[in-house]
Design a protein around this ligand. Structure first.
Ligand code: NAD
Length: 479
């Protein structure tokens, strides 16, 4: 099935007729073509967005809210179609697409449809000076949204929903590796009555289509989620044009387990936080540190649980681990397993490709647990973004804090302990944007989301996202 750009409310082939193959990771086959759009397509999308901006920015909050909530309802009504498309395009188990990805995409529209009606700005009385200040929160204009392949529609809508809720018009690009659900979204936008040009979805490679969005002088803000090196490149291109930037980048998150935790809950959640979505979630706890007194027990129990996970075709309802997203990504993850061996890491389980009968060319890999001797080895420092975790013991709270912070990334951390003082001490000192204690990836869409250090700049979520997608203008009136 071929994909087209969605510009000004209708579908179009790329103007220069450049296309790339779209692969099904579960069997390694090409199943369609995706536009590789160029500057001329971005200009066309920009012009549509610009023409729509005046009216959309003046549309009442109630009306914007109504349309966003309608999009959410239509996504829910078309759940199965989107779930199948997401699983086929990405390789993720259909159960995950059904329980997490597509419902969350619908929630994103519903949440920001509601949030925009509650988005208040500030006012300050300058006492003794007969003056009052109030702050306008005005939409920026035309903004760019660029998203990755791991949670395709989930992360795409996490950007575009607040952008349009706040009154902007958008030129958006999903990952070229997983374009399908963003393509399908266009039809829903029309059905929901989103005015033409408010949201334009353009497909293609990062260094052609993505680059053209970032380079466009009149696209005033870029919300980007993806790899750290891509984020650094985008920042460099955008800086001379003084674009507003939100960068959600890579992670290498510690999962810190103390002996006093609720063990069974911890074990079950740690299986999920390690391998959900084949470990391809920026929030996965890829470095597991376990207090020495329970280390051997944890090692045995964890490995036993991981060996029970079923690596299988994404469409089978009992599959735990589906396919990795692409051949090149599979090769990258396998390279890291080899690096681990060279660094004297001990492979406790996994480490091999899996050939599934009938789907031998799919990109399957066993969930892999590697015991490392030092936290400074490459597999403990570099983002792998696949079904691979490291484990090692620690002795004291101070030791584990040092190790947790000694990476270039700073996205999230998970703590397992029933000691509240320790939870609060560590939460204060961990160099990350998000801490979970005794849970993982529990999300409340009102909360700020994002990382520090090489994990990003800025925050998404709740009013933070609406702040990003608006400019504050202060008005001071003397009376
Ligand atoms: P990527 O950086 O390769 O690509 C992300 C997006 O950027 C894609 O749409 C791509 O086409 C585009 N892109 C690439 N080069 C570009 C350029 N020069 N100009 C403009 N756009 C460009 O990342 P990926 O491989 O798709 O995703 C995996 C990465 O995303 C991992 O590092 C992961 O940690 C990160 N991620 C972060 C978060 C977060 O919230 N912090 C969430 C999910 C994924």
């Amino acid at each position: 099935m071929n994909i087209q750009n969605y510009i000004n409310g209708s579908y179009h082939n790329p103007i220069q007729n450049n296309w790339i193959d779209n692969y099904n990771p579960s069997n390694g086959e090409v199943y369609g073509q995706t536009p590789n759009s160029t500057k001329v397509d971005i200009d066309k999308a920009y012009n549509a967005a610009k023409s729509a901006f005046r009216q959309w920015s003046q549309t009442t909050l109630e009306e914007r809210s109504r349309i966003l909530i309608k999009i959410s309802e239509l996504l829910e009504a078309n759940l199965d179609r989107f779930v199948e498309a997401e699983s086929k395009d990405n390789g993720k188990p259909i159960s995950l697409a059904k329980s997490v990805d597509i419902p969350r995409a619908a929630s994103n529209f519903r949440f920001f449809g509601n949030a925009i009606t509650q988005f208040a700005s500030e006012s300050h009385e300058s006492v003794g000076q007969n003056a009052i200040n109030y702050t306008l929160r005005q939409p920026i204009g035309v903004v760019g949204c660029i998203s990755p392949w791991n949670l395709p529609l989930y992360l795409f809508t996490w950007k575009i929903a607040p952008a349009i809720a706040a009154g902007n018009c958008v030129v958006a690009k999903p990952s070229e590796v997983t374009p399908m659900t963003a393509y399908l979204l266009g039809k829903i936008l029309n059905e929901a009555g989103l005015p033409k040009g408010v949201l334009n979805i353009v497909h293609g490679l990062g260094n052609t289509t993505g680059q053209a969005i970032v380079e466009h002088p009149d696209i005033k803000a870029i919300s980007f989620t993806g790899g750290t090196s891509t984020g650094a490149h985008i920042a460099k291109v955008a800086a001379p044009m003084f674009k507003k930037l939100s960068l959600e980048l890579g992670g290498k998150n510690p999962n810190i387990i103390f002996a006093d935790c609720d063990y069974d809950d911890m074990l079950e959640t740690t299986v999920r936080s390690s391998f959900a979505n084949q470990g391809q979630i920026c929030l996965c706890g890829s470095r597991i540190f376990v207090e020495a007194s329970i280390y051997e027990k944890f090692k045995t129990d964890f490995v036993e649980k991981i060996k029970q996970l079923k690596v299988g075709h994404p469409s089978e309802s009992d599959t735990n681990i589906g396919a990795l997203v692409s051949k090149s990504h599979l090769e990258k993850v396998k390279d890291y397993i080899n690096i681990a061996k060279e660094e004297n890491g001990v492979i406790l389980c996994g480490g091999n490709e899996v050939k599934i009968k009938g789907f031998e060319n799919g990109y399957y890999l066993e969930p892999t647990v590697i015991e490392v001797k030092t936290d400074e080895c490459r597999i403990n420092q570099e983002e792998i973004f696949g079904p691979v975790v490291t484990i090692m013991p620690f002795n004291t709270e101070d030791d584990v804090l040092q190790m947790a912070n000694k990476v270039k990334y700073g996205l999230s951390a998970t703590l397992w302990t029933n000691n509240l003082k320790r939870t609060m001490r560590l939460s204060n000192q961990l160099q990350v944007g998000i801490v979970w204690a005794n849970t993982w990836m529990m999300r409340d869409l009102r909360t700020p989301f994002g990382g520090i250090k090489a994990s990003g700049v800025g925050r998404e979520g709740g009013f933070e996202a609406l702040r990003f997608f608006t400019e504050a203008k202060n008005v001071c009136i003397k009376y």
